[in-house]
Design a protein around this ligand. Structure first.
Ligand SMILES: Nc1ncnc2c1ncn2[C@@H]1O[C@H](COP(=O)(O)OP(=O)(O)OP(=O)(O)O)[C@@H](O)[C@H]1O
Ligand SMILES: [Mg+2]
Length: 290
């Protein structure tokens, strides 16, 4: 289905071709049509914010990109080629990495072992500690991470921001091209949020396509180049961050449209079973616009 937002899609990357591009993807869980004809692009060297209210379908979209679920239909292209991604292994092979909100770090291991968790480097059947330590140092230095005292420090002793940093560093160790971050600052204080946002910006400045899921519009406007808004499983708009203001994004999140932007009136009202807005209360209660 074509919506007015499609007009802005080519402009969302500032004229650059997308590295990752979805067109018309659908995903249902039983009778619930969670993603409906969703288009989505991520551009190299740019931060694309993915926003939307609780239940809008952000995590489902990301899990489809990461190969945790296959999409039911639609096209998925990477670097200009159509690809089939139905397992995390296939996504990793393309250079797609996701940092999930729980971070999946092992508290009882040090930073080096966490960075290489599940993908340890071995030599003559033993862990190659020297190589892993060298690559860990290089990676953290490449990201200008200076806040950790020792890479042999146990992760249990790190602050929330440092833990997020380790999880992000782990995602860029493997020649990644796309890094997707699910709410990286949700549990962080002001100073640590700043550090993590700087790191997010640096990833993009290093050429990666970064996708940032966030409910915090301060974060979004601080680092994002473009903003994609999901509304009840539909992509309401993909726009340049500099071309919209906070109120427009809040309207897109809560109602699927804002002036000329977003879904047409019929689409903005269209819902599927399980995705009906609560008529008794406003949507968007989880948007942090302050
Ligand atoms: N495995 C599943 N089985 C059935 N329904 C699901 C499943 N996963 C997600 N859903 C439904 O799909 C919809 C979108 O969920 P999703 O987790 O993608 O939303 P979200 O945008 O990530 O929300 P949040 O901001 O709360 O994380 C919700 O209605 C949810 O209940
Ligand atoms: Mg989610």
């Amino acid at each position: 289905m074509t919506s007015p937002s499609t007009v802005t899609d080519t402009a969302a990357g500032g004229g650059m071709p997308p590295l990752l591009s979805l067109r018309g993807v659908n995903k249902s869980f039983g009778a619930v049509h969670v993603l409906q004809e969703v288009d989505f692009d991520a551009f190299p060297g740019q931060v694309t914010a993915l926003v939307g209210d609780n239940g809008a379908g952000k995590s489902t979209l990301i899990k489809g990109i990461a190969g945790i679920y296959g999409f039911d239909s639609g096209s998925y292209s990477f670097d200009g080629h159509d690809v089939t991604v139905t397992s995390p292994k296939q996504a990793n092979a393309l250079g797609i990495e996701v940092v999930y909100q729980d971070l999946a770090l092992c508290d009882n291991l040090d930073i080096v072992h966490n960075l290489f968790l599940g993908r340890e480097i071995t030599k003559h059947g033993r862990l190659d500690e020297a190589t892993m330590e060298r690559r860990a140092k290089e990676t953290l230095a490449g990201l200008s991470v200076r806040t950790v005292k020792s890479i042999r420090q146990q992760v249990a002793s790190l602050s929330g921001g440092q833990r997020q940093t380790v999880a992000i560093a782990r995602s860029v160790l493997w020649n990644s091209k796309v890094v997707i971050l699910d709410e990286p600052t949700a549990a962080l204080g002001v100073a640590q949020t700043e550090q993590v946002l700087k790191l997010v910006r640096r990833l993009a400045d290093n050429g990666l396509a970064v996708v940032l899921i966030s409910h915090n519009l301060n974060d979004v406007f601080e680092v994002a180049d473009s903003i994609s808004v999901l509304y009840l499983g539909r992509m309401a708009a993909q726009v340049r961050a500099g071309e919209v203001n906070r109120n427009q994004v809040v309207e897109l999140i809560t109602g699927g449209r804002s002036g000329d932007l977003g879904l047409g009136p019929a689409d903005a009202l269209a819902t599927s079973p399980g995705q009906r807005p609560d008529p008794t209360g406003p949507l968007g209660a989880n948007v942090e616009a302050s």
